[in-house]
Ligand binder design. Structure first.
Ligand code: LLP
Length: 440
């Protein structure tokens, strides 16, 4: 358990977040419940922006909103001076409705539809990060229709093997993302873009993976990207923007020992400056796209313990009222989490248990083998570091409603995503008339 000013154990022995007692929150809002700590989010944003203004003013932090795309978060990160990266029409729509200026938005995706590109160009996003030849044709046609010259970054695969889960690595040679530098595909595509009437080649993008702790792969990416920038310069091609993605690791359990988020950016900037002077390239505008490091540790999820099943000599299951529908990360990546009994947070851990969800699926676990005090039905379980890629990857499996999200700050709490009702769940279901009898 990694506590901080806004995440601590109070005098009642309860877990407190953003000045709010989690036991009270569970009683007020019911469980399962996502809770986001506004102060934490703002602090991380401020650390990032302060560092950039000191070390590399021609730069921008854009929030990788896939980690947590809701109206309120765009509002918060915008007020902290951040832009946003979006990867779908839905995220773009949410970002704009959340008050983000189109000119602060980068539009990603390895297979954007014509409708999505139309939406992005029409709204005037700052740049489209292109990731296929197919997309270039579509985008040029769309930009032509609007009589605009659309800025374009090219997603590049610098070929780096970062140590993280296979599914969240993105720049191994075998990846659906990016154009490879070594094989020459990236150079070819840049030339193609430069030949298009309504596209303006502006720069390069790479993202080497997610939940990475070491600095080395990030520094290596800077070396490879600046080598590439230097080689393009020899061909007379200027790279005015370099977007280095996100990927900075956060603490899920005590085994995770990340640096502070801004320290990754700090090291990258130091390396970049070194490469710029060594390779004599023009300093590009620099962009970072952190997602997890901004919202991950800001979030916790509260559950109520229900059924407890002790299989003698095998395993003790503690079942909670959530599961893979609201946190699919164990099922997808065998992700590890830490948790406490929020109503008895000072009790000593006495047994090893497995926290199971309520979905009809054996793999629906939240935490395998965690040390906890002896849990009783009705206890409140708080799982840490659920702010990134939990709500955003939630669904209605088994027709479970997606839990609401509340924002806490200075002891106040309010919904930023309202509860979903059963009626909400069936609201888009339709029974065709021809089904007659059954159409009640
Ligand atoms: N930029 C691009 C182009 C990305 O693809 C990603 C993440 C980011 C930025 C932000 O990376 P971050 O700072 O959050 O690590 N669902 C997975 C994570 C997938 C990350 C995909 N791309 C998970 O739950 O761990």
């Amino acid at each position: 358990m990694k506590l901080r000013d806004t995440l601590k154990i109070n005098a009642l022995g309860h877990l407190e977040i953003g000045g709010a007692d989690t036991v009270d929150l569970a009683a007020k809002y019911s469980t399962p419940l996502y809770v986001m700590d506004e102060a934490y989010i703002r602090n991380v944003c401020r650390d990032y922006t302060r560092l950039l203004s000191e070390k590399y003013p021609d730069s921008k932090i854009v929030f990788a909103s896939k980690a947590f795309s809701t109206l309120a978060i765009y509002n918060i990160v915008k007020s902290e001076g951040l832009g946003a990266d979006v990867v779908s029409g839905g995220e773009l729509y949410t970002a704009l409705k959340g008050g983000m200026s189109a000119s602060d938005i980068y539009f990603h995706g390895n297979n954007k539809s014509r409708e999505e590109l139309d939406f992005a160009v029409r709204e005037g996003v700052h740049a489209v990060v292109v990731d296929s030849e197919y997309e270039i044709e579509l985008l040029n046609a769309v930009a032509c229709e609007y009589d605009k010259k659309q800025k374009v970054l090219v997603r590049v695969n610098p070929g780096i093997d970062a140590h993280t889960h296979r599914f969240i690595q993105t720049t191994r040679p075998d990846s659906k993302f990016g154009f490879s530098v070594s094989g020459g595909a990236a150079t070819e595509i840049i030339k193609t873009i430069r030949g298009k009437s309504n596209l303006e080649f502006t720069g390069l993008h790479c993202h080497i993976g997610s939940q990475i702790f070491e600095l080395k792969p990030f520094e290596l990416a800077v070396e490879k990207m600046t080598d590439f920038i230097a080689s393009l310069a020899r061909d007379g091609i200027t790279v005015s923007e370099l977007n280095l993605g996100g990927g900075y690791g956060v603490t899920y359990t005590s085994d995770d020992k990340p640096l502070k988020p801004y320290q990754y950016v700090d090291a990258v900037i130091t390396k970049l400056k070194e490469c710029i002077s060594l390779k004599k390239i023009v300093a590009p505008k620099l962009v970072f796209e952190p997602g997890r490091s901004i919202v991950g540790e800001a979030g916790i999820t509260l559950y109520t313990v229900g059924a407890i099943k002790d299989i003698a000599g095998i395993r003790k299951y503690i079942a909670v009222d959530g599961g893979m529908f609201e946190n699919p990360r164990y099922a997808l990546y065998q992700s590890k989490y830490d948790a406490v009994l929020a109503n008895r947070a000072t009790d000593t851990a006495v047994e090893t248990v497995t926290v199971a969800g309520k979905c009809c699926e054996s793999g629906d676990l939240l935490i395998e083998n965690i040390e906890l005090p002896q849990a009783r039905s009705g206890d409140i379980l708080a799982v840490f570091t659920t702010g990134a890629y939990n709500y955003s990857m939630a669904g209605n499996y088994n027709r479970n409603p997606v839990p609401p999200v509340i924002l806490v700050n200075n002891g106040e709490s309010e919904y930023i995503v309202r509860p979903q009702s059963y009626d909400d769940i069936i609201s888009r279901d339709v029974v065709p008339l021809r089904l007659g009898e059954n159409n009640k």
